[in-house]
Design a binder for this molecule. Sequence first.
Ligand code: ADP
Length: 311
Amino acid sequence: MNAAVHISGLKKSYNGTEALKGVNLSIGEGEFYALLGPNGAGKTTMINILTGLVIKNEGTTEVFGKDTIKDYRFTRAQIGTAAQELPSDWFFPIEKLLYFQAGYFGISAQNAKPRVNELMDRLGLTEKKGSRLRQLSGGMKRRFQLAKALIHDPNILILDEPTAGVDVELRHELWDYFRELHKGGKTILLTTHYIEEAEMLCENVSIIHEGKVIKEGSPKALTQSLGKAGITIHFSGWNESLEPKLSNFSYTHEDGRLHFTVQDSEKTLPEIIAILAGEQCRIQSVKTDQSSLEDVFLSLTGKGIHEETTK
Ligand code: ADP
C-alpha cells in the first residue's frame, strides 16, 4: 500500500539559507504524525512544499503514491491545511468563505451546504456565521481555519502549529476533535514545538532540527531510547531475601524507599510490585518518572526545543 505521504531527499534553500537539507520521511495512511522541532527547523517549508506553496530544490514528495508536482490536482485534493497564517479575505462572512473554499475543490454550493453546516456546528461557529474574520476572536479564527481545511473532506489533514497561542480550554477541545478525526480514519500531520502535544496525540514523531530529521519513532520508543525512566516506591517490610530477587534491577535502597532506574517502567513496574508483594512488603506509594520527548530532544541537540534555531 502506498504511504499517505512520502518524502525523499527533500532540499530547499531560500537565498542561501538551507531550510531543508535532505529530508526523508513516510507517513502511513490513517497515521497521526508529528513534525516536532523548534521555530526555524523547517517544518512549515516541508508542508508548504507538499501543498505546492513552496518550490523545492531537490528530492521527491508524494501523496498516496502520486508526485505532488506532476499530479498536483490529485494530491492537492487529498490535503486540507489549517495554516498558521490567516487568509486575507477579511470582507466576507465566514460562512461565505467556507462556500468559496468548497468551490475551489469543485463542490457546488448545494452539495457543500450540509458539510458547511456540520462543520460550523461541530466547531462552534454557527452563531458567528455572519461575522467577518477580523471580527472573530483568536480562538474563533482557529476554529474557522480548521473548518476551512476540512470542507472538502480531505484524506490528509495538515495542522501547522494548531494550538500555538490558544488558551488551555480550547487546546483541549481541539485535541479532542483531532482525536475524533483520527479515529474516523484521517491521516493527520501536525507540526508543533509543544512536546506535550506530540506526546499526547501522535503515533509517530519526526524530530526536525536545522532542516534534518534527526530521529523518528513513536513517542514511547523515543523516550525509552534514553532508558532513563525512574520508579520510586515507598514501602515497609524490607527483608534480606529481597536482595537476590531484585538483583536483576538497577536500584538503590534506603529506609523504606526503593528507587529503580529502568528502560520501560510500564513493563517493569508490575514485576517489581509482584516481588515486593511476594515478600509481604506493604507498599505506600509508587511514583514513575518516564523521560519525556523534551529529554530526547535535549540529548540529541544539546538545546531545549524552545530555543530558536539560529543560522
Ligand atoms: P519552522 O516552520 O520549523 O519554524 P520554517 O520552515 O518556517 O521553519 O523555516 C525554516 C528556515 O527557512 C528558517 O531559517 C526561516 O527563516 C527560513 N525561511 C522560511 N521561509 C522563508 C522565506 N520565504 N524566505 C527566506 N527564508 C525563509
